[in-house]
Write a protein that binds this ligand. Structure first.
Ligand code: DX5
Ligand code: ZN
Length: 226
């Protein structure tokens, strides 16, 4: 199995987002993580559908759009039209009815992710609907900014979700987002992470290509059966 690396360009030089996408692709990234923060759900404002659409023509890599916004249903179509391939919305602003609306509106063209903040207990409606959720985005930092330290208090949540997915024989991906780096990648994969977001560890360690390669090596070393 291949662990997917999803570099977060919100951690890159914001005056050269296009270059960051191209560097990530050259480094073998599996998708591009696009952090959309609305300044309300999260204490930062990043970029919107217009930027996503502008970046779309640069690469065919899947766009892994992380909506840290209070009203995902209002902006959903704009991010679909802009070229997102996965759209993750936060369970904290949803309930089962809103989730079902998301699911219907995304159809099977765009994958549906459910994101959760570090302190959020996984809602029952998420566990009850796992077979309709393509990806669980487990945040290991509080929403808003790249460069934070991974909160180890979230680690048991990854194992809990992974064992639940396995016991139901589902293919739901577990994406870990926040403070991921080579030093913790192995543990994350051992606990069941299948997608690793890399912001600072990809774009703020000098050589992007080397950083992403090292992250992948460390992550996949967890898959080697001893
Ligand atoms: C935080 C974002 C994360 C973050 C990742 O609000 O959702 O995707 O940008 O960056 P690092 O890997 O530096 O924590
Ligand atoms: Zn994110």
């Amino acid at each position: 199995m291949r662990i997917k690396i999803s570099p977060s360009i919100a951690a890159a030089d914001l005056s050269r987002l296009g270059d960051a996408v191209l560097q990530a692709e050259k480094a073998g990234a599996d998708m591009i993580h696009l952090d959309i923060a609305d300044g309300h759900f999260a204490p930062n404002i990043t970029f919107g559908p217009g930027t996503v659409k502008a970046l779309r023509k640069l690469t065919s890599l899947p766009f892994d759009t992380h909506l840290m916004i209070t009203d995902p249903l209002v902006y959903l179509d704009a991010f679909v039209e802009a070229g997102s391939n996965i759209i993750s919305s936060h369970c904290e602003v949803l309930d089962e009815a809103k989730f079902s609306e998301l699911r219907e509106r995304l159809s099977d063209k765009v994958k549906l992710g459910i994101a959760m903040k570090p302190d959020t207990e996984v809602p029952e409606w998420v566990m009850d609907n796992l077979e309709r959720i393509d990806l669980l985005l487990v945040m290991t930092v509080n929403p808003g900014f790249s460069g934070q330290k991974l909160l180890t208090s979230v680690l048991p949540k990854i194992s809990y979700l992974s064992s639940h997915i396995k016991s139901k024989g589902l293919k739901t991906e577990i994406e870990v987002d926040g403070g991921v780096e080579p030093e913790n990648a192995q543990e994350l994969v051992r606990r069941g992470a299948t997608v690793l977001v890399a912001g600072a560890s990809a774009f703020r360690r000098g050589n992007v290509e080397q950083a992403i390669k090292e992250l992948r090596e460390k992550a996949e070393s967890a898959l080697v059966v001893k």
